[in-house]
Write a new protein. Structure first.
Length: 482
């Protein structure tokens, strides 16, 4: 894992001129100055690439989706175990303390399992299997029953152990199911399947009418998504596998960019990702960081002064040369990855002052292209906190259900087991009799068109970036979002 990280750094830092790196290192204010620009970029992109969630006109199927997502988020938080229950993940500072305590063995297996039970509201007898041992590429996970929704839940923990950081840092891409993905999380997903699949098979043979739901936060979300993809594609399948394995679904909380455009579009049928504000993980990819380093270089005081001087003496500035040595045709350019599934974005720039009244923050159905550019913000760490995710999605789900009960034209939202709003086709025995629920199972045609267009445009981001740079270079502006 360490050699993979060093190789990554050599590839994407080594292609830069030393002066580019020094210009950023010698300007301690450049990141803060870029934050103001990124906040404006965020607001503009939110309007352009996201559709506000309207609870009053939302279909019953989408309302059920929000309810299911909130319940899955509860499991994604619970799998952090004792650190979560004791409040060590309630802030960025507390998270560092909780991670340090975890790494010195502050909590044992039983304490973590009891914390999981309490946070997830699952009785002891419904925790089917728990593995709290964590190594690089081997995250902790819990398998438990959710009786009300008739789920078997595979909850995978995000990064707390220092060894999990090495899983995150193995950020080269690897082939999977006809596309590309994050190598470290793919290895983690296969390691989880090796340990968990025999247990899951046994459980689903006993309860054949249950669904398999995979969930997690951060790295756990990415791993859960890939576990679901591998199961649906039949990796490690046997002839007598329970049918539920091939119809597994996933809920990711704070999901990182994970899949190439074609796989991301395919995952609309079986995955949901929840993202908050300018969460630093929701945009964290090799391409995004590479692009950010270029932006920091362009905005650094040394480079701006050099460009001004060259312009003042009638010479061309070095803007284009810096772009060429970073993203030129002869340079290594990272694969563009996107968050999988339908994406619900929660806007955290609006304060949750009315949370006591049960009013949620604004929510949007987002395009995956919204997460291609890495943005800096003072809230980027707090936006990633799992408890904040759980609070926000719970308020949103409650608001959707409240709208359903108040509307004279709609019945209250049912808690129907085994039905997922991202399925285009379901077995007849698993559909509601309501015509609206049947037609609402797939994303709207407008939403699908937007996502398809975004996927197509992202397939060659450097061509768009190159054209934009050449067009705006004469005006002295920075590279726009590709």
């Amino acid at each position: 894992a360490i050699s993979k990280l060093l190789q990554l750094l050599m590839t994407y830092l080594g292609k830069r001129h030393p002066s580019d790196i020094l210009s950023v290192m010698t300007d301690p204010t450049v990141g803060f100055r870029l934050m103001w620009q990124h906040e404006e970029v965020y607001r503009n992109a939110l309007e352009a690439a996201c559709e506000p969630v309207d609870f009053d006109s939302m279909s019953a199927q989408d309302k059920r989706l929000l309810s299911d997502t909130a319940r899955a988020a509860e499991f994604a938080c619970a799998v952090y175990g004792a650190p979560m229950l004791e409040g060590h993940l309630n802030s960025a500072v507390a998270f560092m303390g909780g991670a340090a305590a975890h790494n010195i063995g502050a909590w044992n297996h039983d304490e973590n399992t009891k914390a999981f039970q309490k946070f997830s509201r699952v009785p002891q007898e419904d925790v089917f299997f728990a593995s709290w041992v964590e190594r690089t590429y081997e995250p902790a996970f819990v398998i438990a029953w959710e009786r009300e929704r008739r789920w078997l839940v595979l909850a995978i923990r995000g990064t707390v152990d220092w060894r999990a950081c090495l899983t995150d840092a193995t950020a080269h891409t690897a082939e999977v199911c006809g596309g590309m993905t994050h190598e470290g999380m793919l290895r983690a997903a296969r390691a989880v399947l090796e340990r968990a699949l025999p247990v899951i098979r046994e459980a689903l043979r006993e309860q054949s009418d249950y669904d398999l739901v995979c969930t997690g936060h951060s790295m756990g979300a990415g791993t859960a998504m890939l576990v679901t993809l591998l199961l649906r594609k039949g990796e490690m399948a046997t002839e007598d596998d329970p049918p539920a394995l091939r119809r597994a679904t996933a809920y990711g909380i704070g999901t990182p960019p994970l899949l190439t455009p074609e796989l991301a579009e395919e995952s609309l049928q079986w995955a949901v990702s929840i993202e908050r504000g300018m969460d630093f993980i929701s945009r964290l990819s090799v391409f995004g960081v590479d692009r950010l380093l270029f932006e920091l270089t362009q905005a650094s005081a040394a480079k701006m002064a050099t460009d001004w001087f060259m312009k003042s003496i009638g010479q061309a500035n070095n803007h284009h040369k810096r772009f060429e040595r970073t993203f030129g045709l002869d340079r290594e350019v990272a694969v563009v990855l996107m968050p999988p599934g339908r994406i619900l974005h929660i806007d955290t720039t609006i304060k949750r002052e009315n949370a006591a009244e049960g009013r949620p923050r604004p929510a949007y159905w987002a395009s995956s292209s919204f997460y291609q550019r890495y943005l800096l913000s003072m809230t980027m760490l707090n936006d990633h906190l799992p408890r904040e995710y759980f609070t926000d999605i719970s308020l949103i789900a409650a608001a959707a259900e409240d709208a359903a009960t108040k509307s004279p034209l709609r019945a209250p939202m049912p808690h129907h087991s085994g039905s997922h709003a991202f399925h285009k086709n379901s077995d007849s025995s698993r559909n509601d009799s309501d015509d609206e629920d049947t037609t609402a199972s797939a994303p709207s045609s407008d939403s699908t068109t937007v996502l398809s267009a975004a996927a197509a445009s992202a397939a060659a981001p450097m061509l768009a970036a190159r054209a934009a740079v050449q067009e705006e270079e004469e005006e002295g502006e920075r590279i726009p979002d590709p």
